[in-house]
Each structure stands twice: as structure tokens, then as C-alpha cells.
Design a binder for this molecule. Sequence first.
Ligand code: FES
Length: 154
Amino acid sequence: MTEGKRVLLVGGGVGIAPMLLLAKSLYKKGNEITVLIGGRSVADIIEPDLYEPYGIVGITTDDGSAGIKGLVTQHPAFEKISDYSMVYSCGPDPMMKAVTGIAKSHDIACEVSLENLMACGIGACLCCVAETTTGNRTTCVDGPVFDVKDLIGW
Ligand code: FES
């Protein structure tokens, strides 16, 4: 896990939930954290105050009902993306692909937590497969967190 770095956490909708434990762990390891929470409206912004003990919290909503109006990738933190050493993201694929695209274009390491459809959860049905540089991997057993450099099409 990253230690003593500037780290950007980006969550969309319920995708912000797993970021809380990650924020705590990164904070304990001396990282400087920015947490961005994006949603369609204020109803999608889940308990942002929980993240405040661990770093700077930024909010965006599509309709402007909370935080900055616009997509999470339009938050000013992305204008200084080069200041970060690592990006973690969880949320809808289009949001994560936009986030990872920016991170990759600045050569910043990035991990995503895929929200692929899962049925069995034990690696049997293969409905959650992600295409990777080392072959197909199940999101339920091999993930859900992947380094984007290992994901094909990201
Ligand atoms: S949910 Fe069945 S293999 Fe992943």
C-alpha cells in the first residue's frame, strides 16, 4: 500500500463506500488524501463527513444540488492531478474510465474496484469476467480491485 504520498480517492454514488476503509488505511500510513465524491444529486452523496478526519473532501453533483456542479472529473483536484502519486476509484464504469484516462495520461498509477455484475460470487459462473493482460479474470475472486495497467480496454 502507498505510504507517505499524495493520494486521490474518487468514488461515484455507492462506489464511495469502500473508500472509507481505504482512506483510513492510507491515512494511518502517512498519506495525504483527497477524497472526491460524485453523484447525480445530493441524494447520491453518502455521509461525506465520515471522510473528513482523513483528508480533504470534495463533492460534485450533476445537478449542482451539492458541491460543485458537474462531473467528478471536473473537480479542480483534477487540474492538479500531477500532484498525486496514486489514484483509486470505485463507481460506474464510465466514471472510472474517465478517471483512469486522466491518471494514465499523466502516468499516475491507478487502481479501480470493478462493479461487474456478479451472480455466484465464487468464480463458477464467469458472468463477472474482466479481460486482463494475463487473460480473463473473475471480478468476484480475482478482484474486485485491479490495477488499470492490467485491464484491457481501460
Ligand atoms: S460472480 Fe460468478 S464467477 Fe464471479
